[in-house]
Design a protein around this ligand. Structure first.
Ligand code: ZN
Ligand code: ZN
Length: 342
């Protein structure tokens, strides 16, 4: 599904098969998630080379491998993080491809996965094995919001059973964090202004929900619920007010994780509290392939159920309609996934 210009409806087009990179693979797509980032690129907020094929949250089967690939072969079931590392720099070699300065993103820096085939570079560094018990629609949900939430909750948040976890903003990333936190035994306080988002958070395991639109002092409310503030607090929305509130919701030695992107750029945080309470502040940007197996095990054994976040499953030719629908609604009822193969 390619679009010739920003905002122009993507059309099913016949294009040349992607060339397999020497260090990469070509993947036959099983399923691809439709993400708000795809919509932003389509709208021209995030410039891409036109005509463009979007789609960055995908899973499928290796169809071809380059001569330098050692870990993968045709027929392997795989997925990839939404940002792929170069596989060669110091960050990639340390397992931190999520911050590789030369990262590529199929669907943004090159043709994406709203297609039958997609090429991925540095396959040994970027591919993740998908067990046969995890279907492609579920695996396609993992690469972007779910992996980002998993890393925020586990690697940065270091959430333990019984800890209070506050999640601000219950969209895709926030609801993923709610599910992951509660599955790991945390007591989750979910914050949003939309009643439907709070209902969804409760269904996914939030113990308490707070309507941030009701007015009042949000950090005080969270403090009252949790006794002394949350152990971990995540801004999954991305705004100056939410980020500052997230820090204020923390107890001493608490951890704030900024996941929501901040379109306004630099935002002030209450650094006086950061000092007085010895608060830790993290930014979280996706998750490298190296860290996927721990998450994949919890998906395979049913501890985590990302499939619950899926809304509509559609055909490839309906991708344009799904993107257009994102112009109308801001909060999604569930993630839309394009399915090409079982
Ligand atoms: Zn790198
Ligand atoms: Zn995405």
């Amino acid at each position: 599904m390619a679009y010739s210009g920003y905002g122009v409806t993507p059309e099913l087009t016949e294009v040349a098969d992607p060339v397999c990179p020497a260090d990469g693979v070509v993947i036959a797509i099983g399923a691809t998630g439709v993400c708000r980032s795809d919509w932003h690129a389509w709208q021209g907020h995030d410039p891409v080379a036109l005509p463009h094929i979007g789609g960055h949250e995908f899973a499928g089967v290796v169809a071809a491998t380059g001569p330098e690939v050692t870990r993968w072969q045709a027929g392997d079931r795989v997925t990839v993080p939404f940002a792929c590392g170069c596989g060669q720099c110091a960050y990639c070699l340390a397992g931190d491809a999520q911050v590789c300065p030369r990262q590529t993103q199929p669907g943004f820096t090159g043709p994406g996965a709203f297609a039958e085939l997609v090429a991925v570079h540095a396959a040994d560094a970027n591919l993740v094995s998908v067990p046969s018990s995890v279907d492609f629609v579920t695996a396609a949900c993992l690469g972007c919001r779910f992996a980002t939430a998993f890393r925020a909750v586990t690697a940065h948040g270091r959430v333990r059973a019984g800890d209070w976890l506050a999640v601000h903003g219950c969209g895709g990333v926030g609801l993923s964090a709610v599910m992951i936190g509660s599955a790991l035994g945390a007591r989750v306080v979910a914050v949003d202004v939309a009643p439907a988002a709070l209902d969804a958070a409760r269904a996914l395991g939030a113990e308490v929900t707070v309507d941030a639109g009701a007015g009042g002092d949000l950090p005080a409310a969270v403090g009252e619920i949790t006794g002394d503030g949350a152990h971990v607090s995540i801004d999954a929305l991305g705004s100056a007010a939410v980020a500052a509130n997230s820090v204020r919701c923390l107890r001493r030695r608490g951890r704030h994780i900024q996941v929501g992107l901040l379109p306004e750029g630099s935002v002030p945080l209450p650094m006086d509290l950061v000092i007085a309470r010895e608060i830790e502040i993290y930014g979280s940007h996706g998750m490298a392939a190296r860290d996927y197996p721990a998450m994949m095990r919890l998906v395979a054994d049913g501890t985590l159920r990302p499939g619950l976040l899926v809304g509509d499953v559609i055909a490839l030719e309906d991708t344009g309609r799904a993107l257009a629908a994102m112009s109308e609604v801001s909060a999604t009822a569930g993630m839309t996934v394009v399915r090409l193969a079982a």
